[in-house]
Design a protein around this ligand. Sequence first.
Ligand code: IPE
Ligand code: IPE
Ligand code: MG
Length: 266
Amino acid sequence: MAIKLTINEATLQGFQGSVPRHVAVIMDGNGRWAVQRGMARIRGHHEGANAVRRVVESCRYLGVEILTLYAFSSQNWGRPQDEVSGLMTLFDLYIKKERKRLLQNGIRMQVIGDRGRLSPKLQKAIAELEARSAENTGMILQVAVSYGGREEIIQATRRIAEDALAGNLDPAQIDEALVSRYLYTQGRLDPDLVIRTSGECRVSNFLLWQIAYSELHITETLWPDFGEAQLIEAFEDFTGRQRRFGQTGAQVDDEAQVDAGHQDEG
Ligand code: IPE
Ligand code: IPE
Ligand code: MG
């Protein structure tokens, strides 16, 4: 089935660099975007939803396997009540409006976070879209809602302890792979690239375990202004990075040469 797109494909077509397999985005700056225009903060969040559509479709187009979007943190519950309820209404609206396009584009949607804190109505809408999209293989879209990295590690630790107490798990079996499976992200591939908009240089409790070796790209662009061109800029930045995972630069260069040699033989 053809992908249904509203994005500007011309901006994406010429990109020759490497596309990260897993992209994670801290979508920040909605409030400032609105305030700069004399609008209420919630208007910035609504405009941010359009940027979500652009980035979802651009990533799908470029062949990203997993896109993780930080939409609402555990700490964001502490914002003024009207902003919190406005955001909850917006999530509900987003699911209603985007459901069809997500399914048409073969996207599997999953929410990561403490969904028990969401309204029963929103939980139901999320569960329905997760179920309907479960077999899709085009791209995994993980939306972090009521999400905190520390909270995620705590719930994983609790469940690991429960399984050990119940005799289903030997503590000697606990390793990185096992811990990863108990996280909301279920042992999926870690992010290769983390993008944060609006210029803040911090991780704000996002995927603390999973971003151990992710490349970070921080842009001054506010989230509602983020689109195809800014995504390409982030991917170009990523393409120029050397990922060393603790090794020396020379070791990594040598391995790349060996890999290239194998490819020539094959
Ligand atoms: C990010 O934009 C969206 C959420 C955290 C829900 P902000 O609302 O944090 O925007 P700024 O940082 O105040 O500009
Ligand atoms: C991080 O943004 C959370 C999301 C983008 C959902 P915040 O605006 O909440 O982060 P801080 O408070 O500036 O660190
Ligand atoms: Mg912010």
